[in-house]
Design a protein around this ligand. Structure first.
Ligand SMILES: [Zn+2]
Length: 360
């Protein structure tokens, strides 16, 4: 419970922080020409109960509107999907429910975007509601978060001819953030992590391509094009984080693209157009499954604070990917203790080994 309360607290703090000035390292993630500014209109009905019938008239035929996503009682969804029934865990400080299947257990709180899946933090798009003494979830959360984790088989990778593109973040004049200890740049540590990863993944039977093998800058669109021209089955972008000038923020985050219709966990001041349907949205379920698997393995290996699997829409290297794609932020260079870790080759080797263990 304490942990869950902490999750909610952190989520609130973090979301509150989204409207502030973007941290220094954020801009290199995004492609300014990929930002689309459009008004967002989202139509939600409150429940799937009590919908009044519409009278037949002789009005001209109007094209059908896009389907409206409904809030659904979790009990009904669980019965239809043959998971266990929702189980009340606690009424304080937040009313919390658990829902399990043979894949694992999801814990959700009423009014909270923070949830856990098998103990790791994930983020819902919409906070669960309590209506008529029942827990209701938004249809997109059921479809894009619960179904891939609770109901579908976990992500599987090709067994032969398998190709992965690893993207060491930044490079050249695009330095990324820097260590609070001695000013060393993020670009150096992401490249070293990728270089350690390559032989380990090759041992596991993967053909591995790095978007850069030295200290040069590669545009975000060229990183996407590189994955396309190399027929990558998977794409992973490697980064380290910054909360500067704050030196306390710490922990591991794993990102994937936000499903269409859902608000992002992180916007960093960019327009978050919920209606956008991006090429990478074809992989929503696999993105989440891959992110969860990687996040879990890395957390177990490095024992870092869990900042969760998150959704963002503005990440330039993920938006156009036609394959499962994730971005990892493996600790804060603005936090002295984590900067010390990131600067140690032992830590980067541990990160590489944990990563490779997911792709056996
Ligand atoms: Zn970065």
């Amino acid at each position: 419970m304490f942990k869950f309360a902490g999750i909610i607290f952190c989520a609130l703090i973090f979301l509150a922080g989204c409207s502030t000035t973007p941290p220094q390292s954020s801009l290199e993630w995004s492609d300014t020409n990929a930002i689309v500014v459009k008004p967002v209109v989202v139509q939600i009905i409150q429940t799937n109960k009590s919908i009044a019938p519409i009278l037949q008239t002789n009005l001209p035929v109007i094209p059908k509107p896009a389907p409206v996503v409904t809030w659904t009682a979790l009990n009904d969804w669980a019965a239809a999907h043959k998971t266990g029934a929702p189980h009340l865990l606690s009424k304080t400080p937040v009313t919390t429910y658990a829902l399990g299947s043979s894949n694992g257990v999801m814990v959700m709180g009423i009014g909270s975007l923070g949830a856990t899946w098998n103990g790791i933090e994930i983020n819902l798009g919409f906070a669960p509601q309590f209506i008529d003494d029942e827990i209701f979830l938004h249809g997109l959360d059921l479809q894009k978060n619960l179904e891939p984790l609770l109901c579908e088989p976990p992500i599987s990778f090709p067994q032969t001819n398998r190709i992965i593109v690893i993207d060491p973040g930044h490079g050249g004049s695009n330095t990324g953030t820097h260590s609070v200890l001695d000013g060393r740049f993020e670009k150096e540590f992401t490249l070293d992590w990728a270089r350690r990863l390559k032989p380990l993944l090759e041992t596991n039977g993967w053909t591995v391509f790095l978007t850069r093998t030295n200290d040069t800058d590669v545009s975000l669109s060229n990183r996407v094009a590189f994955a396309e021209s190399h027929h990558a089955d998977l794409f992973v972008s490697l980064h380290f984080n910054s909360g500067a000038p704050d030196t306390k923020q710490n922990g591991l985050e794993t990102y994937c693209i936000t499903p269409t219709g859902m608000p992002s966990t992180l916007t960093r001041g960019f327009t978050d157009d919920w209606s956008e349907n991006l090429p990478n949205n074809s992989f929503d379920a696999q993105n989440l499954q891959f992110a969860v698997k990687m996040h879990t393995a890395l957390l177990r290996a490095i024992g870092m604070e869990d900042r969760g699997v998150r959704r963002a829409r503005f990440i330039g290297v993920l938006r156009g990917q036609k394959r499962p794609a994730i971005l990892i932020e493996a600790g804060y260079l603005s936090n002295p203790a984590e900067a010390k870790l990131i600067e140690s080759s032992d830590y980067r080797q541990k990160l590489a080994e944990a990563f490779a263990s997911v792709l056996k």
